[in-house]
Design a protein around this ligand. Structure first.
Ligand code: BMA
Length: 356
């Protein structure tokens, strides 16, 4: 009996392994994300979760990256953790939020080893003005990076530094989400700052560069900001050959009279045309950035986020960061935060996937 049970267990394990997607490749990660969405679930993600949180940060080399605001509240890590590459282009030791790239690398590897998914955004400096990613004072920046442009060499140097960092990740598959929220005009690559052709070239050249540099296992996300029409979303689409994820960045904010209603309505309206579009293009659908700064609504997790995504085949959602040095700048719960109970309901919901 004992022997039979063991055999059965071994057979089941083999079956599971044979069918389990190989998560160590880009294709395996894409399949894992698709399978999650097909099953009616989504992975929960949090930016910078393992390197700092509300009023704490990793302090020293050798940290094991076990601390997490999300885990402190629900007992499980987010399944997706995001990091930002801003500053890598300058060869800086720390990113734009003061996190050493060496620690980002270690945290990303630790998260992958636990079975988690890693994603990178990038807020590079403005190569023309020397300002930050939000410096929109010059409308020639993207053009200057392209063939014949004055910053062409610098662009390649910047991409080279990003490629070197990504190559240092031991080949683990990661989602790269460059040139995001470009249907707005708050970054130097935004809608009013470059032409359609320039944006598409910027994105495509970034993909081609990474490929030529031999960066393995990148999963590419295209993530315009929300509240756009399908034609607007597709107008600057770089092409099926360099995109794996159709993403959306959608935030709640008090710039409208009824922010909760507006958040859910706009999200559902956008996902209603994005879901069939993703299916048609055979791409993964994801809410690549979201949140409500300071989470003013203690029922936000169920009444807004879950209400917005539950009916659509979204593979993951990524809430933005809990700053350690700005008490009101948080997008996920922490021990004692007003939304913590509601987050537990969200955690226990059948739709959400975390990492034990
Ligand atoms: C923004 C804010 C900034 C931060 C940037 C990149 O949304 O959180 O404080 O520097 O993202 O992480």
């Amino acid at each position: 009996m004992q022997y039979k049970t063991t055999l059965l267990a071994a057979a089941l394990l083999c079956l599971w392994n044979c069918h389990a997607p190989k998560q160590d490749t880009a294709a395996g990660l894409i399949e894992r994300l698709s399978a999650t969405a097909r099953s009616g679930q989504f992975l929960y993600g949090h930016q910078d979760d393992l390197v700092y949180g509300h009023s704490w940060k990793v302090e020293a080399d050798g940290d094991e990256y076990t601390r997490s605001d999300v885990r402190s509240v629900c007992g499980a890590y987010p399944a997706v953790v995001g990091f930002d590459l801003g500053g890598i282009e300058l060869g800086a030791e720390k990113n734009l939020d003061g996190v050493p790239f060496a620690w980002i690398r270690e945290a990303a590897l630790a998260h992958h080893a636990r079975g988690g998914v890693v994603t990178f955004s990038w807020h590079p400096r403005n190569p023309v003005t020397g300002g930050d990613a939000w410096d929109v004072s010059d409308t020639t920046v993207v053009r200057s990076l392209l063939e014949g442009g004055a910053c062409r060499e610098q662009f390649h140097q910047w991409l080279g530094r990003a490629a070197a960092f990504l190559k240092s990740l031991d080949g683990i598959p990661v989602v790269l989400r460059p040139w995001h929220e470009h249907m707005g005009s708050w970054f130097w690559w935004g809608r009013k700052l470059c032409s359609r052709e320039e944006y598409v070239a910027l994105f495509r050249e970034t993909c081609a560069f990474m490929q030529e540099a031999g960066v393995q296992n990148l999963v590419w996300a295209y993530s315009p900001n929300s509240d756009v029409t399908q034609p607007e979303y597709m107008d600057r689409y770089p092409g099926d050959d360099c995109v794996d994820i159709l993403g959306l960045d959608h935030y709640e904010g008090t710039y409208v009279p009824e922010p909760d209603t507006y958040y859910v309505e706009v999200l559902r309206r956008d996902l209603a045309w994005l879901a069939p579009l993703a299916a048609e293009h055979r791409k993964v659908l994801a809410l690549t950035e979201t949140g409500y700064e300071g989470i003013p609504n203690p029922r936000w997790w169920t009444d807004c986020l879950l209400a917005g995504v539950a009916d659509y085949p979204v593979a993951y959602v990524l809430t933005w960061r809990n700053a350690h040095d700005r008490p009101g700048h948080f997008y996920a719960p922490f021990p004692g935060s007003a939304d913590a109970d509601n987050f537990l309901t969200f955690y226990n919901n059948e739709h959400t996937v975390f990492l034990p």
